[in-house]
Design a protein around this ligand. Structure first.
Ligand code: PGA
Length: 249
């Protein structure tokens, strides 16, 4: 049976009251599907509410959109892994395109964050992907490999095996232009080979970037995709419910 992970990245949307209504709607319509997991990455202020709403459903989980690498300290505005854990997180995004390109996060930062997330017992969901000019210059694989190396090189095999990776081309995020299933699959294969070469034999690799109700079926028809990371199309409960219920052969 195919295992699939559907991850919703709410970015800077959905406060606690709206999240309660959203999750109530979602839970009423979504019974566990064999092999499917659905994760939600709400804003930090909404994390606890979502985690509480999902309690008792092993197939569903909440996670943090970003964490600091230190477990505590004078870091105004940041949240640590232990704080995310206490709020109910089971995973954390690391190196999302907006963290890298809007807030200047470096590969070295992602390395520290992946290690902190693992040390705190959460699943890191590392995001990588090239910008449009990098794709046009034929540098997609070089960029993705640099980001993988920057974040993951040197991890013990067991730790590496816990990392989930999302391939999110920057030019596809929030633009309505998704990568074709074949283009995504090609990058996934390279990433899988990189991970396998370091001992992660059964890596989970998601695709993200303008996934929506129109393209989800053809994207998931590509067996290289172990799931999707979705921004815009995850913000309405009814749309998300349909998206995660997409039949896949
Ligand atoms: P999008 O965002 O689905 O709105 O393109 C994806 C993401 O940023 O993870």
């Amino acid at each position: 049976m195919r295992s699939l992970l559907f991850a919703a990245n709410w970015k800077m949307h959905v406060g606690p009251a709206a999240a309660r209504a959203y999750i109530d709607h979602f839970l009423a319509g979504y019974k566990p599907h064999p092999g499917r997991r659905v994760w939600f990455f709400p804003p930090a202020t909404t994390l606890h509410t979502v985690a509480q709403e999902l309690a008792g459903r092993e197939d569903l989980a909440a996670g943090a959109q970003d964490v600091h690498w230190e477990p505590k300290g004078a870091f105004t505005g940041e949240i640590s892994v232990p704080l995310a854990v206490e709020a109910g997180a089971r995973a954390a995004l690391v190196g999302h395109s907006e963290r890298r390109h809007v807030f200047g996060e470096t590969d070295a930062d992602t390395a520290r964050k992946v290690r902190a997330v693992l040390a705190g017992g959460l699943v890191p969901l590392l995001c990588v992907g090239e910008k449009l000019e990098e794709r046009e210059a034929g540098k997609t694989l070089a960029v993705v490999q640099r980001q993988l190396t920057g974040a993951l090189e040197g991890l013990e095999t067991e730790a590496l095996g816990k990392v989930i990776v999302a391939y999110e081309p920057v030019w596809a995020i929030g633009t309505g232009k998704n990568a074709t299933p074949a283009d995504a699959a090609q990058v996934h294969r390279e990433m899988r080979a990189w991970l396998k070469g370091r001992g992660a034999a059964s890596a989970v690799i998601l695709y993200g970037g303008s996934v929506n109700l129109k393209n989800i079926a053809e994207l998931l028809a590509e067996p290289e995709l172990d799931g999707v990371l979705v921004g815009g199309a995850s913000l309405e409960a009814a749309t998300w419910l349909q998206l995660v219920s997409t039949p896949v052969s």
